[in-house]
Ligand binder design. Structure first.
Ligand code: HXC
Length: 257
């Protein structure tokens, strides 16, 4: 991997992926996104991993797709490159993913953070969809996920003016989970990931799938889907262990089976 650093056991059962193009503010070129897709697939298949953190560095989570790589492209080049099949595969990761964001999370960077399941940010984080300023618009989910997260009025403003949103504002409008001082954002993400990693990995996967389904379906279908996944939990050893541990007043030991 040239543009990301992967640590499968950064903490017990928690993997870390760090974007590593610091000079370019972690601009997301095609190779980086391909590496991200491959790393997530590997971590998803690794039974020791129960939660994944994606981070950048203090100055930038990611300042967007690589503008220099896109600048000369035609519509048909973009169609043939088909970068969004990579993003679709990232979206299909079954394990919970937390974005640990500091500095710029712009364009594709903001979209990558929103593709994750939760976002922990430093006080210096800035979220934005500034594509309009370079004559385009969001293409990796920005108009959809941002609108669902913060509502139409704020999303329209960000997408149509390219205005950045501070971490405090992003927290206020429900885009992110929490804001902490810059020296603590990664630690806070590890804390959150560590909590998730203590739960049943089977239940976590099914729960993530069910929450995400709410974006794609009506309430009746969503409730039906949830119910099936709830029943499926009862096929797991983790369900037996979790409930027995409660009755026996001890901590459960989940195995992901
Ligand atoms: C390529 C980028 C980049 C990007 C920054 N750099 N963002 N290179 N693509 N998205 C490079 C700069 O060219 C520069 O390299 C170096 O990183 C440092 O950036 P500066 O601009 O010198 O830093 P600063 O003055 O602090 O400004 C930071 C910034 C600005 C506000 C984040 O860099 C900026 O506006 N970047 C573009 C943000 C953007 O428009 N993102 C959306 C992209 S489109 P050199 O070598 O010149 O010193 C997009 C579409 C997604 O994301 C669709 C699907 C994937």
């Amino acid at each position: 991997m040239e543009f990301i650093l992967v640590t499968p056991q950064a903490r017990p059962h928690v993997a870390l992926i760090q974007l590593n193009r610091p000079k370019e503010l972690n601009a997301l070129n095609l190779q980086l996104m391909g590496e991200m897709r491959d790393a997530l697939k590997e971590l998803d298949d690794n039974d020791e991993v129960r939660a994944i953190i994606i981070t950048g560095n203090e100055r930038a989570f990611a300042a967007g797709a690589d503008i220099k790589q896109m600048a000369g492209k035609t519509a048909i080049d973009m169609l043939n490159i088909d970068q969004f099949s990579t993003w679709d595969q990232i979206r299909k990761t079954k394990k919970p993913i937390i974005a640990a964001v500091s500095g710029f999370a712009l364009g594709g960077g903001c979209e990558l953070a929103m593709t994750c399941d939760m976002i922990v940010a430093s006080e210096t984080a800035q979220f934005g969809q500034p594509e309009i300023k370079i004559g385009v618009m969001p293409g990796a989910g920005g108009t959809q996920r941002l609108t669902k997260a913060i509502g139409k009025a704020k999303a329209m403003e960000m997408v149509l003016t390219g205005r950045f949103m501070s971490a405090a504002e992003a927290e206020k409008h429900g885009l992110i989970n929490r804001v902490v001082p810059v020296e603590l954002y990664l630690e806070e993400a590890f804390k959150l990931a560590g909590e998730v990693a203590q739960m049943s990995p089977v239940a976590a996967k099914l729960a993530k799938e069910s929450v995400n389904r709410s974006f794609e379906t009506n309430l009746d279908e969503g409730l039906h889907f949830e119910r099936k996944n709830f029943y499926l939990c009862f096929a797991s050893e983790d369900q037996t262990e979790g409930m027995n541990a409660f009755v026996e007043k001890r901590k459960p030991e989940f195995k992901g089976r």
